[in-house]
Ligand binder design. Structure first.
Ligand SMILES: *Cc1c(COP(=O)(O)O)cnc(C)c1O
Length: 351
């Protein structure tokens, strides 16, 4: 039976004897060692943390399981979130598993098809808002303030508690924290959670190293980099299409305390990294996730010396989340043949 984040990390999470323990199999995701891109960026070791292997296909499940368990413990019987897609998929799945209704408020037309399909399949109530993610976020804040509905966005502190367990896993697997962590930044909850996790690992003496946190926004949705709210954020990487991040200040703290950076990458950089991850390493992620590798390549090209360094890129979500974008990749080799062995052999030069 899947152990999951609650059972495995109960001593490090804000749980009580009354917190229900359950799992859809979240956490314990693979840390895959790079065999090709490692040479391109010139570091000692490069790893990809495959958070797309969580039950609903993104890291959101780690935090959601804690948020929903705490909601149930407090007697909550209904969930709500605003979402660029993955939070809604995750909330809807845990809501279904726990038998409570979930309302998801999403920006109309700005959610990848796979994610919306998940929310539909899990049976959530879906409200498409004629506005941006930031509008949806404000609505859900107001809604949950006025009514007994539990807010499960990452401003719910239990979410970040659950998400920090990914940092624990990296430390456990490598035997210490890496020197650098590259991670996409949208609402900035995840970079905050990882930094929290690495700090705790350090204080628990599981590692004597704390990584530099290297966060990346998309150039068309880079409020933290630009130092100002972006009213109409635009990027193909819908999971990080956020103009006014909820954890803005905490992300700056993570950056400054760790000696890292928060920078931006263009959509072209993201697409190049997205295709490279799949074709060179066998890792198919959603575009937002590729912002981590795009950031690593950008900084390596700009002269960041990674010799002797261990680097981890956080691959936040699965490639099948966004099938429309995936279909835009030009097939390297795709041709049509009659059902005839001769024709196939001939085409392969075996005839
Ligand atoms: C939510 C999400 C992000 C952004 O994480 P934040 O905590 O909002 O910064 C990045 N990638 C994927 C796939 C996501 O689902």
């Amino acid at each position: 039976m899947a152990k999951g984040v609650l059972a495995k990390y109960k001593d490090y999470l804000p749980l009580t004897d009354d917190t229900p323990i359950f799992s859809l199999g979240e956490g314990d995701t693979p840390l895959v060692k790079s065999r090709h891109i490692v040479d391109l960026v010139g570091c000692e070791e490069l790893y990809f943390k495959l958070e797309g292997c969580n039950p609903t296909g993104s890291f959101k499940d780690r935090g959601m399981v804690v948020a929903v368990a705490k909601a149930l413990e407090a007697g909550g019987n209904s969930l709500a979130c605003a979402s660029t897609g993955n939070t809604s998929a995750s909330a809807a799945a845990y809501g279904a598993y726990c038998g409570i209704p979930t309302t998801v408020i999403v920006p109309k037309g700005n959610v990848a098809r796979g994610k919306l399909a998940q929310a539909v399949a899990y049976g959530a109530r879906i409200m498409l808002i004629q506005g941006s993610f930031d509008h949806a976020m404000q609505l859900v804040r107001d809604l949950t303030e006025r009514h007994p509905i539990v807010l499960v966005n990452s401003i719910n502190p239990h979410r970040l508690q659950g998400q920090k367990t990914a940092a624990f896993e990296v430390v456990e697997e490598l035997g210490a924290a890496p020197d650098y962590v590259f991670i996409p930044v949208g609402n900035a909850g995840n970079i905050t959670a990882y930094w929290m996790g690495f700090q705790e690992a350090y204080h628990n003496e599981w590692t004597s190293i704390r990584p530099r946190m290297m966060g990346f926004q998309a150039a068309g949705a880079a409020p933290i980099v630009r130092g100002d709210v972006v009213t109409e954020p635009a990027t193909i990487a819908t999971a990080i299409r956020v103009g006014n991040p909820a954890s803005w200040d905490k992300a700056l703290t993570a950056r400054d305390e760790s000696g890292g950076t928060i920078d931006m990458v263009t959509d072209d950089n993201i697409m190049d990294a997205y295709k490279m991850l799949a074709s060179k390493e066998g890792v198919f992620c959603e575009p937002a996730s590729a912002a981590s590798l795009a950031g690593l390549i950008k900084h390596a090209k700009a002269g960041l010396n990674l010799e002797g360094q261990k680097v981890v890129c956080i691959i936040t979500g699965h490639g099948l989340k966004d099938p429309d974008l995936a279909n835009e990749i030009e097939p390297v080799w795709m041709e049509e043949y009659p059902p005839d062995l001769d024709a196939v052999e001939q085409a392969l030069g075996l005839g």
